[in-house]
Design a protein around this ligand. Structure first.
Ligand SMILES: NC(=O)c1ccc[n+]([C@@H]2O[C@H](COP(=O)([O-])OP(=O)(O)OC[C@H]3O[C@@H](n4cnc5c(N)ncnc54)[C@H](O)[C@@H]3O)[C@@H](O)[C@H]2O)c1
Length: 419
């Protein structure tokens, strides 16, 4: 136990080193309350089901979908994420991961939940999870792949993903988080090797290993579904070049191939299905790592605040996901595009909204930003800080809190990351 007051975060720009336990708890409770209100009665098709969610530990898509599925009627969520314990220097908190406090809050709200803090890419992690599932007799109804990682170690090799374009270099006006001004961003083209390494990290290989492990171990229940989260975004340049036509998009295209081939096997073998879920852009740790994405999301939020279009946060998207998969009459079957991908991104791709965002991009010059971009950045910053439990309305940051809550086997958390 380490009770102390921390009333402002230690941060370096977009690197927030200290999350706030009470802020994370309150935010998690509010998300749970919103999901409860969305599912006033459980969805019959979701009742009693079990999900394995890889990438469930941050305030991002994994945890919000976990909350939505639980409130929709799932009886058990088994989660996994890469989280290391809080650290202290001279008893003062030095590093405090939001995932630690979010997981503590979720396990408190949902007794019986199990979460692994582990490297999901490691064979030993998969072996251990499979062994535990077998021992507990837990079959899996849904495998949700929501990992966003900068690197992957496999077979003794480590690869990094490259947030680069393909082909010609790209000069674009981005947004600087600290100054709030537009600035020129130059994106280098990825080499062939970098494109391949990005595919190895963020493509479908690891998903395939997990899905096969569940299938071969006899742990995939009849009707077993596999969903891998992805992003395509609007067609307008340069966003297309940065994401879908860039190195990361190459990896996401590989996920499409992987889910298509899994789908063919599941459909004939288990009456199940596999697909990519095209989710909309939201404010998470992963989205801000992509150059120029900050400007796009700030413009998106600013335009919506100005009365055009809709922005759904990760919880809203998680609720839509649960309804699509488990609502009456299997709504997901009518929500697949020509490539067999579940489309949850229609609101982001609304033409009127995209025209308004496109106009802000067309006018962008280095220096001061228009009012809508400035307002969007303000909204972005608040939602971003909330990912770490800061700026949560109603939380008194001058009250001492425990930065090191117990989070071990007794709380349902299995630690597999070597200290
Ligand atoms: N953020 C967006 O705008 C957006 C939009 C559409 C789709 N997506 C997709 O959704 C998925 C999740 O993204 P997010 O934005 O929620 O990201 P996030 O950073 O909030 O979550 C990533 C999760 O992956 C886990 N993780 C990272 N490395 C790991 C490892 N080695 N082993 C185990 N777990 C590991 C983290 O602990 C965390 O739980 C990604 O596939 C992303 O491409 C994101």
């Amino acid at each position: 136990m380490s009770v102390q007051i921390l009333n402002s975060p230690r941060a370096r720009g977009l690197m927030v080193l200290t999350a706030h336990p009470e802020g994370c708890r309150v935010l998690a409770e509010r998300q749970i309350a919103r999901a409860k209100a969305a599912f006033t009665k459980p969805l019959a098709a979701a009742e009693g089901k079990t999900a394995l969610i890889l990438g469930s530990t941050t305030f991002g898509y994994g945890s919000s979908t976990a909350i939505a599925l639980k409130e929709a009627g799932f009886s058990k969520i088994i989660g996994l994420g890469y989280e290391t314990p809080p650290t202290f220097r001279k008893e003062k908190v030095a590093m405090a991961p939001a995932g630690w406090y979010l997981t503590a809050a979720l396990h408190n709200a949902y007794p019986g939940q199990r979460t692994y803090f582990a490297d999901g890419f490691a064979d030993e992690t998969r072996d251990r999870v499979i062994a535990d599932l077998k021992e507990a007799g837990d079959g899996i109804d849904l495998l949700l792949y929501s990992v966003a990682a900068p690197r992957r170690t496999h077979l003794g090799e480590t690869w990094s993903s490259a947030l680069k374009v393909i082909g010609e270099p790209l000069d674009v006006v981005g947004l600087d988080y600290s100054s709030g001004e537009h600035k020129e961003v130059s994106l280098e083209p990825a080499s062939e090797l970098e494109i391949e390494q990005t595919r190895r990290v963020m493509g479908g290989d690891d998903l395939d290993l997990w899905a096969n492990a569940l299938l071969y171990a006899g742990l995939a229940n009849p009707g077993f579904k596999v969903a891998s989260l992805s992003y395509i975004g609007p067609e307008f340049e340069p966003l297309r070049r940065i994401y879908w036509d860039g190195a990361l998009g190459g990896a996401k295209k590989h996920i499409d191939e992987t889910t298509r081939s899994l789908n063919a096997r599941l459909d004939s073998g288990l009456g199940g299905a596999a697909f990519t879920s095209m989710n909309p852009a939201v404010v998470t740790g992963a989205s801000v790592a992509i150059p120029a994405m900050l400007k796009y999301i700030a413009d998106y939020l600013g335009v919506v605040d100005n009365g055009v279009g809709v922005y759904d946060d990760p919880l809203e998207v998680g609720i839509n996901f649960a309804r699509a998969l488990y609502g009456d009459g299997e709504p997901w079957r009518n929500m697949l595009d020509d490539e067999g991908r579940l489309r949850l991104d229609a609101k982001e791709l609304d033409p009127e909204l995209q025209t308004a965002i496109g106009a802000l991009w067309g006018d962008a010059k280095p220096g001061a930003v228009p009012e809508r971009t400035a307002r969007g950045l303000e909204l972005f910053k608040k939602e971003f800080m909330q990912l770490f439990g800061w700026q949560v309305d109603g939380v008194d940051y001058d009250v001492p809190v425990d930065f090191s809550p117990a989070l071990g086997e007794d709380q349902g958390v299995v630690h597999l990351i070597a200290e």
